[in-house]
Ligand binder design. Structure first.
Ligand code: AP5
Ligand code: MG
Ligand code: ZN
Length: 216
């Protein structure tokens, strides 16, 4: 089962990926999470990626495509994968088709989580993430029981560095419209696009996604 989660920043890709993982045994591959690990570790790739992420811009295709190719070659992807935040440009989508084609595989479903732009800003600026287990919270919509502390592991809750400046958040939304939204047509033409209304309770959103993935 080769699945892609697409949708603008703050749409709920990471949130839904957590639910999907519990229902379908496929690895969750978030390029944003992979870049954040590289930034935290200070690797050469992380140092390069940070520049772009902090400005709300896309990391160059050659870097991103290389990272994903390497990840998809790992054993745990043999039965499928859940890509979150990749592809984000037409060249990335073409590169993915090429890689999968060489393995005799294809994209089975692209879940497009749709949320009005007016909602997204508040979702991102209110998001906090556990430093240890990476669970995502929202200060208003899904707050932790105790402020600043993770419900699951007591880890510290922190804000992402690309969420704390309105100009950066707005640029991420603009970049999505300019470079990524067009991929909905790309996958519609391939017959695998599934549009889901993401402006509802997270469980309702997941119920629709689950029903769509069970049909694959
Ligand atoms: P990435 O980490 O992918 O960020 P993003 O696309 O901006 O998406 P987010 O993670 O912000 O949102 P999400 O949809 O996961 O929402 P979440 O579930 O957390 O990328 C970061 C950066 O890395 C990019 O800007 C770029 O620089 C680089 N990068 C990554 N991939 C790349 C690529 N392929 N090419 C080039 N560069 C790349 O939810 C958001 C908040 O809303 C949370 O607080 C959550 O609790 C809340 N929430 C979720 N669902 C609901 C709901 N239904 N109701 C109420 N609240 C909700
Ligand atoms: Mg995310
Ligand atoms: Zn935690």
């Amino acid at each position: 089962m080769n699945v892609i989660l697409m949708g603008p920043p703050g749409a709920g890709k990471g949130t839904q990926a957590e639910f999907i993982k519990t229902a379908f045994p496929i690895p969750h591959i978030s390029t944003g999470d992979m870049f954040r690990v590289a930034v935290a570790e200070g690797t050469p790739m992380g140092i390069k990626a940070k520049e772009f992420m902090d400005a709300g811009k896309l990391v160059p295709d050659e870097v991103t495509i290389g990272v994903v190719k390497e990840r998809l070659a790992k054993d745990d992807c043999a039965q499928g994968f859940l890509l979150d935040g990749f592809p984000r440009t037409v060249p990335q989508a073409e590169a993915l088709d090429e890689v999968l084609g060489a393995m005799g595989r294809q994209v089975d479903a692209v879940v497009d989580i749709q949320v009005p732009a007016s909602i997204l800003l508040e979702r991102m600026t209110g998001r906090v993430t556990c430093k240890a287990c990476k669970t995502v919270y929202h200060l208003k919509f899904s707050p932790p029981a105790q402020a600043g502390v993770c419900d699951h592991c007591q880890g510290e809750l922190v804000q992402r560095s690309d969420d704390n400046e309105i100009a950066v958040v707005e640029n991420r939304l603009k970049v999505y419209e300019e470079q990524t939204a067009i991929l909905a047509d790309y996958y519609k033409n391939q017959g695998c696009l599934v549009a889901v209304d993401g402006n509802r309770d997270t469980k309702e959103v997941f119920a629709d996604i689950k029903a769509a993935l069970e049909k694959i």
